[in-house]
Design a binder for this molecule. Sequence first.
Ligand code: PLP
Length: 377
Amino acid sequence: MIKKGLGTTAIHGGDQEGDDIIAPIYQTAIFKHPNGRQIRGRDLKYSREDNPTVNELEKKMTALEGGEDCLAFSSGMAAISTLLLSRTRQGDTIVTSKEVYGATLILMRSLEKFGLKVKCVLNDELEGEIDSSTRIVFVESITNPTLNVPDIKGIAEACRRKGATLAVDNTFATPINFRPLEVGAEYVIHSATKYLGGHNDAIAGVLIGPREGINDAWEWRRNLGGSLDPFAAFLVIRGLKTLKLRVEEQNKKAQEIAEYLEQHRRVNTVHYPGLESSPCHEMAKELMKGFGGVVSFELGVGESVIKFLGGLRLIKTAPSLGGAETLITHPASSSHKNISPEERRELGITDGLVRLSVGLEDTEDLISDLEEALAIA
Ligand code: PLP
């Protein structure tokens, strides 16, 4: 088989002779039992277990991340929770970066009530915390919202030595910029709601990993019930066709905007791994082909942020990222509001921090919107 580029794989990955060019939507909950034999294993029967449109997305994501198998879920959080429940048992230790999406951190901590031990540490401390009691290590390849890039190779090596499983949330990087399995991770997760879907119109998640582990997770998915709807799967498949184009364009725009913000007198600090001034720049250059489409930056505290957000016209204040529309959030009062102020401080999430997900509008229009809002901040 000819090795295909990622642009081709996003469109044709998993295609088989006789497949339709455009994946049909199997808008059905049920499938007829096979004639003349008993139903077996993953024979199609009920869409909470399997659905051909969802399976199509799973084949594409397996190919894009270079894994053995994939499951698609009703959200990124369903993918994360199913992985954690399927891979751990009472008494195990989960070591997680604290620099992950707020809901992920809250989920991990809530698992303590089932007898799991959860160690939450900064990215730089992860390697040192992994020991033989560690079942699973969880990290984001570009962290939210301060855009740090952990040493995934080093963490993967420590996991290998201690027999722990490394799971990487690759939502911010996407397989276009980085493929965690190539540097030793065992599982990759995405909120497909973000770049994979790419149009802010579907909630979905995917989990890619070794065949055996994915089989276990399949049992958990069908019992927990976080399966993906076929129409949402169709939307993500459609989004994937332009993934490479979009991500490369968003990398470029985010770099230009980060450089613009860095020289602006009203902006205190800019977090973007593509900036030479970023403490993660060297690590990002070593690991990644591109630095992503999200830029975070700090304004003065208090009124300044409110005035700035209120002054934006084109850029909308809304959650999420990775779509065609440029969106901005204030993490301290949204994604990270349920985390204590001390911990927010430790994570660098100040009250003046805003996170910009650069979309696909013209860069000059985005900069002129930022310019006008910064003038009144
Ligand atoms: N992982 C990351 C990095 C995220 O940013 C998010 C959501 O913002 C999630 C996971 C959760 O994904 P979903 O909202 O699709 O459940």
